[in-house]
Design a protein around this ligand. Structure first.
Ligand SMILES: Nc1ncnc2c1ncn2[C@@H]1O[C@H](COP(=O)(O)OP(=O)(O)O)[C@@H](O)[C@H]1O
Ligand SMILES: [Mg+2]
Length: 269
């Protein structure tokens, strides 16, 4: 089942003094249960792509469909509600609310939505992520890896169709980073979710089912595109792309702080 589809996405930032083509015609489709890595050097458009796929930002042109629902056919409020119910986000900086316990953080999106908490599912996630004895703790008393697990639990609890992760292991040591990557992978299999992970760490990318490479706002490689990797909509089929190319260091670390707001973007929750 096609969970996410992007068609000819463009995001241009134009002012009097500069014109940046952050994304310049990206088409991409991903199925349920697929675990995709998006790689590329700093400034290649990875965060922009994730923000557009998640409806946190609107494209200059082109469209995004999540489970067949077009994001641009929704007004801002509809999009916020749709996002809360269908899309999970995990950021490099965890974005946990510091004054809330781990438990309160995890259930926050459901509370905001006035939705029931599925206790059994919550237990399953908490145990999968090894957070059983951390639920009453405040985020700052946890290690980075534990905080990231809490952020993943929060994203998973709403049973999102897709999970969008922007450098989720960027603040973690490599062992913890691979552990978190493994957890994201098992979540995609277990819950049939589409998981997209932006990363500049090659070992994280190698754990994915499919690697999409971005360069200058365009897809320059796709190890297993189901759909098009070109802006013209022609299919490249399986293994139509390549896995080559180097992957320079990306240390941009787009900080979104500890608030749930994305500056200049729509609210995450
Ligand atoms: N709000 C903005 N205004 C102007 N340029 C931007 C803005 N956001 C991102 N960009 C530019 O778009 C390009 C892609 O950025 P980004 O998606 O953050 O890249 P990545 O996540 O791959 O490092 C970069 O050149 C960046 O400077
Ligand atoms: Mg980025």
């Amino acid at each position: 089942m096609e969970m996410v589809k992007a068609v000819n996405l463009k995001k241009y930032y134009i002012t009097d003094t500069y014109e940046v083509h952050a994304l310049d015609g990206v088409s991409l489709s991903a199925q349920d249960g697929e675990f995709l890595a998006i790689v590329g050097t700093s400034g290649s458009g990875k965060t922009t792509l994730l923000n557009l796929l998640g409806g946190l930002d609107v494209p200059t042109s082109g469209g995004v469909w999540i489970r067949g629902n077009s994001l641009k056919d929704m007004d801002k409020e509809e999009r916020t509600i749709f996002r809360r119910r269908n899309i999970g986000f995990v950021f490099q900086q965890y974005n946990l609310v510091p004054v809330l316990s781990v438990y309160e953080n995890i259930v926050l999106p459901l509370r905001l939505d006035g939705a029931e908490i599925d206790g059994e599912f919550l237990e399953e996630i908490v145990s999968l992520l090894g957070l059983d004895d951390k639920l009453e703790r405040l985020p700052e008393t946890l290690s980075g890896g534990q905080q990231q697990r809490a952020a993943i639990a929060r994203a998973l609890l709403v049973k999102p169709a897709i999970l969008l992760c922007d450098e989720p292991t960027g603040n973690l040591d490599s062992v913890t980073g691979m552990e978190v990557t493994g957890l994201l992978k098992s979540c995609s299999q277990r819950f049939h979710q589409t998981v997209l992970v932006v990363t500049h760490q090659e070992e994280v990318a190698q754990a994915a089912d499919r690697i999409v490479r971005l360069e200058d706002g365009r897809i320059c490689g796709d190890s297993g595109g189901h759909d098009s990797a070109h802006s013209d909509g022609n299919s490249v089929g399986h293994n139509g792309g390549h896995n080559g190319g180097h992957n320079g260091g990306d240390s941009d670390g787009h900080s979104v702080g500890h608030s749930m707001d994305m500056p200049g973007k729509e609210q995450v929750l």
